[in-house]
Design a protein around this ligand. Structure first.
Ligand code: FES
Ligand code: FE2
Length: 392
């Protein structure tokens, strides 16, 4: 590994990415390709920000748990005996085996390796054949604890126990989602799909962020229902933890399927204005959501390294919609069009990562239709700057 790219000058050079979108330029390509910059991001962003791990509904009853992972840290979310949701590391405090995998219901977590046993709160409650071990006291031994917050049914965790709460910095996003009633939605298709992909996590987020490519890369009779020039960007408070954009549609209640109309029951509380647009919402560095008029999907990103990201995706529909006749058949039609569009996006992501590594990669300029990229830059650069001050 060569000398670190991080310096006061380098940090100063990022300022041009947070200017108004008409003046801004892209972050330096090296921010997407350099292993040392990725190490910096782990501390600057992932160690202190709220990271999405799933839905509260995935652990409804005492003892229910599900596992996740961010920046290589295995994490689980558990509902304890008192019904409180807790987040903790799964790393056994004996010799680091993981005490839980996948999902399930447990009375306690028994490490499979030597059977050290932890309560649902993560306290060590049994450790066989340790009575001769000098100075060993089970009291005070436990799984590493993380902070946990639930926002609209989404579970976010934070490695930083002093992190400020998330929801007060999401007020505008909460309002934007209000009529979708996300907390009570049916979740018919939970994406257990973790696809490890060879591009930087920001490349993935920026593609999802990007209304500019809507009727260009995806040009065709379906996606053109949501043309690039109908994108709007609401103003957000300076300390916002997330951001969003609206993409206006050519008609009321459009659907990405051959009928070009919504084919599932609409989210019942949407206003006329909301039925005339899609909503794209981001809470970096791990969460992103699209809401159409009859379905929504959220994606959890798992950044694996400077050039690898995994993602899992789940679908949500109006309360009760998944009980309607022919529901699965209709949803499968949406899956088919989404797969086509997704394949176009993933092809671009893979080639953008190739381009970013090139000696000819440039700090490109933006169209007014891609202000969400500048929103992301603001989110990133303020945190890069704060971390650099802390660390240097
Ligand atoms: S590593 Fe868990 S009990 Fe030994
Ligand atoms: Fe796309």
């Amino acid at each position: 590994m060569g000398p670190s790219i991080l310096s006061d000058e380098f940090l100063a050079s990022l300022e041009s990415s947070v200017r108004p979108v008409e003046e801004a330029e892209m972050l330096p390509p090296v921010c997407y390709t350099d292993p040392q910059f990725w190490e910096f991001e782990k501390e600057a962003l992932f160690a202190h920000e709220w990271l999405c791990v799933g839905r509260e509904a995935w652990a409804k009853n005492p003892g229910d748990y599900f596992t996740s992972s961010h920046i290589g840290e295995p994490i689980m979310v558990v509902r304890n005996r008192e019904g409180v949701l807790k987040a903790m590391s799964t790393v056994c405090q004996h010799r680091s085996m993981l005490v839980a995998e996948g999902r399930g219901n447990a009375r306690s977590f028994v490490c499979p390796y030597h059977n050290w046993t932890y309560s649902l709160d993560g306290n060590l409650v049994a450790a066989p054949a340790m009575e001769r071990t000098q100075g060993f006291d089970m009291k005070g031994v436990g799984l590493g604890q993380l902070k946990l917050e639930v926002w609209l049914g989404f579970v976010f965790v934070n490695f930083d126990l002093n992190a400020p709460p998330l929801a007060p910095r999401l007020t505008e996003l909460t309002k934007a989602l209000e009529n979708y009633d996300i907390e009570h939605c049916d979740e018919p298709a939970h994406g257990d799909t973790w696809t490890k992909s060879p591009w930087n996590w920001k490349v993935h987020l920026e593609n999802s962020n990007d209304g500019y490519h809507a009727n260009r890369l995806h040009h065709g009779p379906v996606h053109d229902l949501c043309p690039s020039d109908r994108v709007t960007f609401p103003e957000l408070p300076a300390d916002t933890a997330g951001y969003f954009r609206y993409s206006g549609t050519t008609d009321l209640d459009v659907g990405f399927n051959p009928t070009r109309k919504a084919i599932l029951p609409l989210f019942p509380k949407l206003t006329l204005e909301e039925r005339h647009r899609f909503l794209f919402l981001n809470i970096p560095p791990t969460f992103q959501m699209f809401a159409r008029v009859d379905w929504a999907t959220f994606t959890i990103f798992h950044a694996d390294s400077h050039d690898a990201v995994s993602f899992e995706r789940s679908w949500m529909v109006a309360p009760g919609a998944s009980k309607e006749p022919l529901f699965n058949e209709r949803l499968n039609i949406y899956f088919a069009t989404s797969a086509t569009i997704g394949a176009q996006d993933r092809h671009v992501d893979a080639l953008v990562q190739v381009g970013l590594k090139s000696r000819y990669a440039n700090r490109g300029r933006y169209s007014y239709q891609e202000r969400a990229q500048q929103d992301l830059n603001k989110w990133l650069v303020s945190r890069y700057r704060a971390a650099w001050q802390r660390m240097k």
